[in-house]
Design a protein around this ligand. Structure first.
Ligand code: IPE
Ligand code: IPE
Ligand code: MG
Length: 249
């Protein structure tokens, strides 16, 4: 379950819109507006870097705690993003899905989600997941709650259930790399089950300034990492027998 079957699955925590705006004396909502352009840059750069699944954290369950006008702006921006980018996604072979809860979203946004998912369903170049009203803990809880008490399920089967619980394609692979912008170094309830062996890259760029070059550098850092999945590196020989000691080799 922890191997990469095809391309990479990258999770991106798009953080720093508010600070970007504050640094310019602008309202936070202006940072969110500029952030939408950065999403497009990331999506355009991803396939060329070997990414086949890209999950973007757009709005967390806990972001409902923000002021109502900021929440309303974010909902409006996500709706117009989905409508505007629909044709682009189709052209670029992007299959778009929104993961998370839907029942608390405004009706216009729900319609935009459903129509964009339908319009882009045949895309094969990139599976783009936008996490909206998303909480990893909620998804895990929902998947566990749906398991009957007598039911047995291995980790791959459980991952499929976690995926289903948040409206994702059940076959979405685990995450290889999580990138967070803005210098914060935490996961904030993002893909907790799926990122068990993900590499983590934290970069200082604020999300509205993020571009293809930032993504390329993060992938380069990822490629330099040695993923072990609990095993030992291939070139290291087995340790000597602890009883016999090194002389017995
Ligand atoms: C990320 O930027 C966007 C969302 C969480 C919706 P923030 O709005 O969190 O920006 P900062 O962290 O306050 O700078
Ligand atoms: C996480 O960012 C959610 C998104 C990027 C959408 P936050 O800015 O909400 O996270 P915290 O509150 O700093 O942990
Ligand atoms: Mg933030």
């Amino acid at each position: 379950m922890d191997r990469t079957p095809t391309g990479l699955h990258v999770g991106l925590i798009m953080d720093g819109n508010g600070r970007w705006a504050a640094a310019r004396g602008l309202p936070r909502t202006e940072g969110h507006r500029r952030g939408a352009a950065a999403v497009r840059r990331a999506v355009e750069a991803a396939p060329g870097l070997g990414i086949t699944t890209l999950t973007l954290y757009a709005f967390s369950r806990d972001n409902w705690r923000r002021p109502p006008d900021e929440v309303a702006t974010l909902m409006g921006l996500m709706e117009s993003f989905l409508v505007r980018e629909r044709a682009n996604c189709r052209r670029q072979g992007v299959r778009l899905a929104v993961i998370g809860r839907r029942d608390r979203l405004p009706p216009g946004l729900i319609r935009a989600i459903e129509e964009t998912e339908r319009a882009t369903r045949h895309g094969t170049r990139l599976y783009l997941r936008l996490a909206v009203d998303y909480s990893a803990r909620s998804a895990i809880l929902a998947a566990a709650g749906a398991l009957g008490s007598a039911e047995r399920c291995d980790e791959t089967g459980f991952l499929q259930r976690v995926n289903r619980a948040c409206h994702s394609d059940p076959e979405t692979p685990p995450v290889d790399l999580v990138i967070r912008t803005s210098g914060e170094q935490r996961l904030s309830d993002f893909l907790l089950f799926e990122s068990a062996y993900a590499e983590l890259v934290f970069i200082d760029t604020l999300w509205p300034d993020f571009d293809g070059e930032d993504l390329r550098r993060a992938i380069e850092a990822f490629r330099r990492r040695e993923r072990r999945f609990g095993a030992v590196p291939a070139e290291i020989h087995p340790l000597p027998d602890p009883v016999a000691g090194p002389s017995a080799r």
